[in-house]
Design a protein around this ligand. Structure first.
Ligand code: 2AM
Length: 191
């Protein structure tokens, strides 16, 4: 299905699925920003806005928003998501934080989600998924070097349906729905 807004005047909302960090992970992400802040000119993502987009839906007609909120899927297990590498995308002027090796659990989650939406004919951005957390836009810098703070261990236990609301100060994100992933096996458990 195409991603364009629905014709016919039905109200639409700008939605995406994301991983939404807890306060502890936000603190550590903010520490990475604080470390870079003085040496890189950029529009930094605010602490309360940090997230990783899994699938971008774009303009979703109101009638599909309820269907999405009631989505029932066979969610995979939660997983550990280490974010350790800073990447500067010169052409796009963005700074990303990325996992050196995206965990299999992340790929599984994006796959389950994509299949689930396709089976329900809900349109989405079909571009391939590149795991990243955007730290900054309009960034102008050279080599970023390693960040001592950028060794973030994030235990992902849920997936979120997000709404992006645009106002004069830019985009604001809010969680519309959250689904728990399957519990991870306990490490070291003995039969
Ligand atoms: P970005 O951080 O790499 O820009 C909300 O817009 C979120 O959806 C952002 O995290 C953005 O990723 C992501 N996104 C993915 N595809 C998008 C698209 N086609 N338009 C706008 N945002 C998109």
């Amino acid at each position: 299905m195409p991603l364009e807004a629905e014709p016919g005047g039905e109200p639409v909302r700008r939605l995406f699925f994301a991983l939404w960090p807890d306060e502890d992970v936000r603190d550590r992400l903010q520490a990475v920003v604080a470390e870079l802040h003085d040496r890189v000119a950029a529009r930094w993502v605010r602490r309360e806005q940090f997230h990783i987009t899994l699938l971008f839906l774009g303009a979703v007609p109101e009638s599909d928003v309820l269907r999405l909120r009631r989505l029932e899927l066979q969610w995979p297990e939660g997983f550990e998501l280490p974010l350790q590498d800073l990447r500067y995308l010169r052409r796009r002027q963005m700074i990303w934080l990325i996992p050196r090796k995206p965990p299999e659990g992340l790929g599984r989650l994006v796959h389950v989600l994509g299949e689930g939406l396709d089976a329900r004919s809900i349109g989405r951005d079909l571009r391939p998924f590149h795991a990243h957390l955007t730290l900054a836009r309009n960034a102008r810098c050279g080599y970023l070097g390693p960040s001592s703070a950028a060794r973030i261990g994030w235990t992902v236990r849920s997936v979120e349906l997000m709404e992006s609301v645009l106002d004069r100060s830019g985009a604001h994100y809010r969680v519309l729905q959250s689904w728990p992933l399957q519990a991870m096996p306990t490490v070291g458990s003995v039969e």
